[in-house]
Design a protein around this ligand. Structure first.
Ligand code: RP5
Length: 163
């Protein structure tokens, strides 16, 4: 199926975080592709990927990176597609460096920045599905079912001490 979401990350070492975004896309039935694209190790590949994303049928890009995390911002500079940035938790600064690198875009080239780590990657997958759902009724239905089930799970388990 033609991918609607592109999931890119700066390094293979980002995968344990970014796999949570992909898991949500799988769960919600959103077609996607996954690539390692590094802003500083493969800059030409990054430019080519972002420049051709829209013409290849992508509707959203999820970009995860850690440290001096310029991947989401550089991707956003080369496309008008929405770019969702996931700050990957770094060893030295626990992802604060990644978060600030991604969130502090100068006005004019936005990156929608998620939380650090697993929660951010999970929410990036859900948010990408919400964007795709604007034009895809099957994904909209899957999203509503996911939210309903999530609510029901909390309501069904009111006692935090229960196994
Ligand atoms: C960034 O540098 C990547 O996104 C990764 O989070 C970080 C470390 O990369 P590796 O040295 O593990 O390849 O570009």
């Amino acid at each position: 199926m033609q991918p609607k979401v592109g999931v890119i990350m700066g390094s293979k070492s980002d995968w344990p975080t970014m796999e949570h975004a992909v898991a949500m896309l799988d769960k919600l039935g959103v077609s996607h592709e996954v690539r390692v694209v590094s802003a500083h190790r493969t800059p030409d590949l990054l430019f080519d990927y972002a420049k051709t994303a829209e013409s290849r049928g992508l509707q959203v890009i999820i970009a995860g990176a850690g440290g001096a995390a310029h991947l989401p911002g550089m991707a956003a500079s080369q496309t008008c597609l929405p770019v969702l940035g996931v700050p990957v938790e770094s060893h030295a600064l626990k992802g604060m460096d990644s978060l600030l690198s991604i969130v502090q875009m100068p006005g004019g080239v936005p990156v929608a920045t998620l939380a650090i780590g697993k929660a951010g990657a999970t929410n990036a997958g859900i948010l990408a599905a919400q964007i795709v759902a604007l034009q895809d009724p099957a994904v909209a239905t899957a999203l509503k079912a996911f939210r309903t089930q999530q609510t029901q799970t909390v309501l069904d388990n009111p006692d935090p001490r229960a196994e």
